[in-house]
Design a binder for this molecule. Structure first.
Ligand code: 3DU
Length: 220
């Protein structure tokens, strides 16, 4: 579970080296609850670089690799990510129960949170056609929460009404993709995920503070 102080997760999609990444993160760490890393880091600084990041910055690290393979590969990846200091992993729901069952149990044993992707901020029509099925699947698997798009507030509301308060809802698509800061929170998300609006800004701290004030007084 991600501890909520601010309601904001940084989508840290950068190809910077670890030194530059750590300096940047230290500048805004008090304003964000978790750092989402993914393919950019894996392909640029590699697993050892990710380990350096998780050792260098004291926060929750979420790996967004949208994992979606057969069971034993999923389980291997989860174990390796745990060794790198990762706290939570985003997985595709679409691979179905058989491929998710074992990994959900393993993750609980390892203390890793699984967040299931059940709708995309752009496109994702196959997901949206099967929303109820995938939400129910996630609740039966005993995962930590779901990834729901800030660009589709009605989906956030629907998922929240289905799962109550026992699951964390993480919402990407805020800012550059069109989601208005605060709207996902107003619709039932626990965390808004923001990347480029912060990373590409001339003044990341000021932008982050203005997003936080929208989350504190959430509306669409
Ligand atoms: O658009 P931004 O730069 O704020 O980044 C959004 C992040 O959220 C990015 O890391 C992307 O991989 C992730 N994400 C989506 O944007 C949409 C989804 O449906 C799922 C994840």
């Amino acid at each position: 579970m991600i501890i909520r102080h601010n309601g904001l997760i940084l989508a840290f999609d950068v190809d910077w080296d670890t030194k530059r990444s750590i300096v940047f993160l230290r500048g805004i760490m008090d304003l964000i609850d978790a750092v989402k890393v993914g393919w950019l880091q894996l392909l640029n600084i590699g697993p050892n670089g990710i380990k350096e990041l998780t050792l260098g910055i004291n926060t929750y690290f979420l790996a967004d690799i949208k994992l979606g393979d057969i069971a034993h590969i999923n389980e291997y990846v989860i174990r390796r990510l745990r060794d790198l200091g990762i706290n939570g992993v985003i997985m595709h729901a679409v691979t179905g129960r058989e491929n998710l069952n074992g990994v959900a149990k393993l993750s609980r044993d390892l203390g890793i949170d699984i967040f299931l992707l059940i709708s995309m901020s752009s496109g994702g029509e196959l997901y949206d056609l099967n929303l109820d099925y995938n939400v129910k699947l996630g609740t039966e698997l005993g995962i930590a929460g779901f990834v729901v798009p800030a660009t589709k507030p009605s989906i956030i509301r629907r998922v929240r009404s289905m799962v109550g308060n026992n699951y964390q809802l993480l919402s990407p698509g805020v800012g550059v993709q069109g989601g208005k800061p605060g709207c996902a929170t107003a619709s039932g998300a626990d965390f808004e995920i923001v990347g480029r609006s912060i990373i590409n800004s001339e003044s990341p701290r000021e932008v982050t503070l203005s997003i936080l004030s929208a989350i504190k007084d959430p509306r669409c």
